[in-house]
Design a protein around this ligand. Structure first.
Ligand code: 13P
Ligand code: SF4
Length: 304
């Protein structure tokens, strides 16, 4: 059954001149049929440079929107119309405009987990891969507003020493992970390295060995001489980590760390998406042009 669906997807992909991009949190079956899997930064780079006519984006809406902002001439499809990111919806354009009015001299940095409208009101965009470098590159005398993730924001403040005005948004999935979960996993696997995502809360970040984006976790695990890793982020990445590192062991810190929106996409939905060319994601041109500026400034900052 799955084999049949995969064959149909491959045939339609050729017919539509399509490329399939999948985030590291997607279910294993979807990651396995993708042309490219990666973190938010890697997927944005791929979306900007592909010469395919259609991009099937296996992720959440803001990721497909980012692809549509970067490649307006392409057809961008999200296989599940309701796959959103609750954190991205924790600030809207009206709220950001009000905050900017109160701090008119501030530069606005938005996490890529935002709507196109919020990106259009921002000076810079960043992902968890390049946030530190991006904020370090900003003029020291300028006030900075950072939206919407207070956890990623506080991590940047802690690492760079730059004070920022933080919006109180957060990821509901990473919020389910507690410092007790980390302590329990460490007690069971004392030799393991604890790799956590900066979207985790401050107590979890404080008891971690490494704070990394999902793409950075993949690089770190591949380059490390250590054999065992406690993975403190959404569980989908365990699939990518195991696949890339067959001799190493990856332990999810909590089986509650599941992003329900990332899990809405299935092989069937990818097939239907290519069959019916649905669900098309577009961004109004005036918003797209302004959001593109913030994304272009982000794409100039590739972490070393
Ligand atoms: P990265 O893959 O960029 O680390 O982002 C994690 C995330 O939560 C995306 O929604
Ligand atoms: Fe949004 Fe969190 Fe899901 Fe990422 S894991 S898409 S930040 S809800």
């Amino acid at each position: 059954m799955a084999g049949e669906i995969i064959e149909k997807i491959a045939a339609l992909k050729r017919q539509r001149r399509a490329v399939i991009l999948a985030h590291n949190y997607q279910i294993g079956e979807v990651q396995d049929i993708a042309d490219f899997t990666g973190d938010s930064l890697g997927l944005s780079i791929e979306a900007a440079k592909t010469d395919a006519e259609t991009i099937v984006f296996c992720g959440v809406r803001f990721m497909a929107e980012t692809a549509a902002i970067l490649s307006p001439e392409k057809t961008v499809l999200l296989p599940e119309a309701m796959a959103g990111c609750p954190m991205a919806d924790m600030i809207d354009a009206k709220q950001l405009a009000e905050l900017k009015k109160r701090r008119p001299a501030a530069l606005v940095v938005c996490y890529v987990n935002t709507t196109a409208e919020v990106k259009a009101l921002s000076d810079y965009c960043c992902t968890s891969s390049n946030a530190l470098q991006l904020v370090r590159s900003l003029p020291a005398d300028r006030e900075i507003i950072f939206v919407p993730d207070r956890n990623l924001g506080q991590y940047i403040v802690d690492r760079t020493g730059r004070e920022m005005i933080l919006w109180p948004g957060y990821c509901l999935t990473h919020a389910r992970i507690t410092a007790e979960d980390v302590a329990k996993a460490r007690a069971t696997y004392p030799d393991a390295v604890v790799m956590s995502h900066p979207e985790c809360n401050s107590e979890v970040r404080a008891c971690s060995d490494e704070l990394l984006s999902t793409g950075q976790m993949l690089k770190f695990a591949a380059g490390s001489a250590r054999r065992r890793f406690i993975v403190v982020t959404e569980i989908g990445i365990i699939h990518s980590l195991k696949k890339a590192n067959p001799g190493k062991e990856f332990i999810p810190v909590s089986d509650r760390a599941v992003c329900p929106n990332m899990k809405k996409i299935t092989l069937e939905k990818v097939l239907w998406s290519l069959q019916d060319m649905q669900y098309r994601v577009t961004v109004p041109e005036d918003i797209r042009v302004r959001a593109r500026l913030a994304l272009d400034r982000m794409l100039e900052v590739i972490p070393k």
